[in-house]
Ligand binder design. Structure first.
Ligand SMILES: Nc1ncnc2c1ncn2[C@@H]1O[C@H](COP(=O)(O)OP(=O)(O)O)[C@@H](O)[C@H]1O
Ligand SMILES: [Mg+2]
Length: 255
């Protein structure tokens, strides 16, 4: 949960009084154009940026007041899938997926190997552990990044633009994985500028522009917002027939 969070970098207000709440078990979508501040918000939640003012609480713990070691423990419960995947090119798929487990935990090697193989099976990459990132397609790399995020069984997974740059079939496979994790009870934060993907998987939405929250809530409440930016941001989608089913339904309800 964010409360009145501001972040200034080099005198520039990047995040301006953002308050939002992510409900446990939800797929929470942060929507907005490029440069809106979405990735920065994700880094604030991860504790990689400390807000200039405001509060960030995770399960009631204010993480802005934690020292590095305590932050480490909070971060352990979060998995993250970065936009560029952030895989280590010199490590195999298996080593990439097991990397943080190996560094952070006292698990014996066999236990780590088993968890890695389970995570790879979850993303449909079983038996591919000996490949290197260079040998993988974009969709496979994304799935390795997801396997690395889920391997430690986190409560929260954050995804930065998980479908950007993927073809529709691979993009759908990624959305299916996010859904499968939701079914397991994982809380998800998904950053995207792709409306269709947002409305396909999201339970709750926060529309961000220029570092501030423009609208927040259900698909219905976002769509019924009177803020002029909403119409502007949605206009591409509204003019693109055929409208995705979920979006059409949400609009109908909003009307
Ligand atoms: N490390 C940084 N130093 C200075 N400005 C930054 C830094 N990271 C991001 N910004 C600026 O913050 C704004 C929001 O960036 P970002 O959160 O990456 O947007 P989004 O993910 O929504 O595309 C942009 O104007 C960007 O230039
Ligand atoms: Mg970004």
């Amino acid at each position: 949960m964010l409360e009145d969070v501001c972040l200034r970098i080099a005198g520039r207000q990047i995040i301006d009084r953002v308050s939002l709440t992510v409900k446990q078990g939800d797929v929470a979508v942060f929507l907005g154009p490029s440069g809106a501040g979405k990735s920065t918000l994700l880094k604030i939640v991860l504790g990689l940026w400390r807000p200039t003012s405001g509060k960030v609480t995770i399960d009631g713990n204010d993480i802005t007041s934690l020292d590095d070691e305590q932050m480490h423990d909070v971060r352990r419960r979060m998995g993250v899938v970065f936009q560029g995947n952030a895989l280590f090119d010199s490590l195999t798929v298996q080593q990439n997926v097991g990397y943080f487990l190996q560094r952070r935990s006292a698990f014996p090697k066999e236990a780590i190997d088993r968890k890695v193989e389970e995570a790879l099976a979850f993303v449909h990459l079983q038996g591919q552990g000996s490949l290197y990132p260079d040998e993988l397609s974009g969709g496979m790399k994304k799935r390795v990044a997801i396997a690395r995020a889920v391997v430690s069984n986190p409560d929260i997974i954050l995804y930065d633009e998980p479908t950007t740059g993927l073809d529709p079939i691979n993009a759908r496979a990624i959305l299916d994985l996010i859904r499968k994790l939701k079914a397991r009870g994982t809380t998800s934060v998904v950053i995207t500028h792709v409306l269709k993907d947002a409305f396909t998987i999201g339970d709750a939405f926060t529309l961000i522009n220029e570092g501030t929250v423009i609208a927040a809530g259900s698909a219905r409440s976002i769509l019924s917002s009177q803020h002029p930016f909403v119409a502007e941001f949605m206009s591409d989608m509204l003019s693109q027939p055929p409208m995705p089913h979920a979006f059409a339904l949400a609009r109908q309800e909003a009307a």
